[in-house]
Design a protein around this ligand. Structure first.
Ligand SMILES: *[C@@H]1O[C@H](CO)[C@@H](O)[C@H](O)[C@H]1NC(C)=O
Ligand SMILES: *[C@@H]1O[C@H](CO)[C@@H](O)[C@H](O)[C@H]1NC(C)=O
Length: 212
């Protein structure tokens, strides 16, 4: 009997998860980024979602995702929900990229070409959604092989065609002797990365790409 009940709960949880889209949001850090949802920008070289200073460009849509995570099976993918017309006919994924070669550090990116763009070091199939006590609040984690204390930071970088747009992008890092020198060079804030439920439908014409 108990087993049957659990199966029913799992099926319900999976069905609910399948219908929920999320956005990424920084929690903590400085006044520029705290509480801000992450937006995309097609004009940057690495496809990192990020947060810029206001005023926000309405054409920079909030990066939207869906996931197959369920209460019963937490290892999940985060699938890109495109907000612009004519998305490629292949799924896109959010993942952790080691392409820049910083030890014990991964940049959050998205890609429609997992193998070509990122290779063997790309991590994207084992995302964990940690539910907190707060209604609807979910924290994002990834179990990187080797263990240790992995945390989110927001790194300030200059992007855009002219390199004059200040943007804060998420990296997942484990402090170590191997990356101490690199981290000392970076301007970054300690943050957490939350997933917040989307409350409106996709609309490529709406500010941020969402009806809300
Ligand atoms: C989600 O999909 C990925 C890729 O197909 C798979 O590896 C993973 O096990 C799935 N997770 C769940 C909870 O179904
Ligand atoms: C995207 O880049 C353009 C210029 O290249 C800039 O105006 C805009 O603010 C940028 N937005 C984000 C979120 O980086």
């Amino acid at each position: 009997m108990k087993f049957t009940t659990l199966l029913t709960l799992c099926a319900t949880a999976a069905a609910q998860a399948a219908q929920t889209d999320y956005f990424f949001r920084f929690a903590g850090g400085n006044a520029i980024i705290n509480g801000q949802r992450l937006r995309g920008n097609n004009s940057i070289s690495y496809y990192s979602p990020g947060v810029t200073r206001p005023p926000y460009n309405p054409d920079d849509h909030f990066m939207r995702l869906s996931t197959n995570a369920s209460a019963c099976s937490p290892a999940a993918v985060l699938t890109v929900v495109p907000t612009h017309p004519h998305p490629p006919p292949v799924p896109g994924y959010y993942g952790l990229s080691d392409k820049e070669g910083v030890p014990d550090a991964y940049r959050l990116v998205y890609t429609y070409r997992v193998a070509e763009d990122y290779g063997a070091g790309f991590r994207y199939t084992e995302w964990q959604l940690r539910r907190t006590g707060e209604a609807g609040r979910v924290l994002l984690r990834y179990p990187v092989a080797g263990g240790g204390e992995w945390k989110w930071i927001a790194v300030r970088e200059m992007s855009g065609g002219a390199g004059d747009v200040e943007k804060w992008v998420p990296w997942y890092v484990k402090r170590s002797a191997a990356n101490a020198a690199k981290l000392a060079e970076w301007d970054f804030e300690s943050v957490d990365l939350e997933l917040v439920q989307a409350k409106g439908g996709v609309n490529s014409q709406a500010p941020g790409g969402v009806d809300e």
